[in-house]
Design a protein around this ligand. Structure first.
Ligand SMILES: NC(=O)c1ccc[n+]([C@@H]2O[C@H](COP(=O)([O-])OP(=O)(O)OC[C@H]3O[C@@H](n4cnc5c(N)ncnc54)[C@H](O)[C@@H]3O)[C@@H](O)[C@H]2O)c1
Length: 259
């Protein structure tokens, strides 16, 4: 696909959370927002992740780069303070992070521990609410927020386990945030990509089967890539999509319409 599109987001400021490497969905989002003209803030999880993310942030000319572990008190606040100081505002927020302890992710929901459930919910869902709370006051001209979900939120996908209920909560959170932030002109979307071979996906048992099934089942007959997700988010952040909010947008070659 031609990546030269009209830079409709020139001057817009976008915070992208969730780049781990060049396969990350967040990296596809960062590339698409940059191609559409936006200025980027990109975070990495910790010092171990930094050497994998920092070169990508430089490649995309990110003007703000920082470490961010949403489970560490104060780190999220520090990122938003830097954004306020350097940019004075924010237009786009992309939350593309998820986590569940391995034992809880790979066992069935019946066996999920309370601690594992709480951790998965905190990092994969409540952190989006915390981000939205910090981002909204900076979105003085309105804005767009995105959180990555998956079909397992609404349908039972074998081996998705605890992440199913967690993504269901995330999609519901998007609807409630869209309701609460609508009067400020801030739009909130859950994005539901089809399966993509990323590091997070490697934690899901028999992920290859999901990939094969997604490709054979999808009406368009093809798997999606991270740029498909990125372009969708970039479009939803433009004025062309200014009356869309609160929904779950599937980027999955149509697979979700099938029984
Ligand atoms: N890969 C898929 O098939 C697929 C499909 C639908 C939705 N998703 C969702 O997309 C999002 C991105 O995942 P991905 O597939 O690009 O994998 P990825 O491994 O590239 O990204 C996951 C990111 O989560 C970050 N993260 C984990 N714990 C964190 C914490 N405490 N603080 C800050 N960041 C933390 C990691 O550092 C990493 O950057 C996730 O929400 C995932 O559930 C993935």
């Amino acid at each position: 696909m031609d990546t030269k599109i009209n830079p409709v987001l020139t001057g817009r400021k976008a915070l992208i959370v969730g780049v781990a490497n060049d396969q990350s969905i967040a990296y596809g989002c960062a590339k698409a927002f940059r191609a559409a003209g936006a200025e980027l803030a990109i975070t990495w999880l910790n010092e171990k992740a930094r050497p994998h993310v920092e070169p990508l942030a430089h490649e995309l000319e990110a003007s703000i780069m920082a470490g961010l572990d949403v489970s560490k008190p104060g780190e999220l606040e520090a990122v938003f303070q830097t954004i306020e100081k350097n940019w004075g505002r924010l237009d786009v927020l992309v939350h593309s992070i998820a986590f569940a302890p391995k034992a809880d992710l790979q066992g069935g929901l019946l066996d999920c521990s309370g601690e594992g459930f709480a951790k998965a919910m905190d990092i994969s869902c409540h952190s989006f609410i915390r981000m939205a709370r910090l981002a909204a006051p900076l979105m003085s001209d309105g804005g767009a927020m995105f959180a990555m979900s998956y079909l397992g939120a609404n349908k039972v996908v074998p081996n998705y386990n605890v992440m199913g209920p967690v993504k269901a909560a995330l999609e519901a959170a998007c609807r409630y945030l869209a309701y609460e932030l609508g009067p400020k002109g801030v739009r909130v979307h859950a994005i539901s990509p089809g399966p993509l071979k990323t590091r997070a996906a490697s934690g899901i048992k028999d992920f290859e089967l999901l990939l094969n099934e997604a490709a054979s089942k999808a009406p368009l007959g093809e798997l999606v890539d991270i740029m498909d997700v990125g372009w969708t988010c970039a479009y939803l952040a433009t004025p062309f999509a200014h009356r869309l909010t609160g929904g779950t947008v599937y980027v999955d070659s149509g697979a979700n319409i099938l029984a």
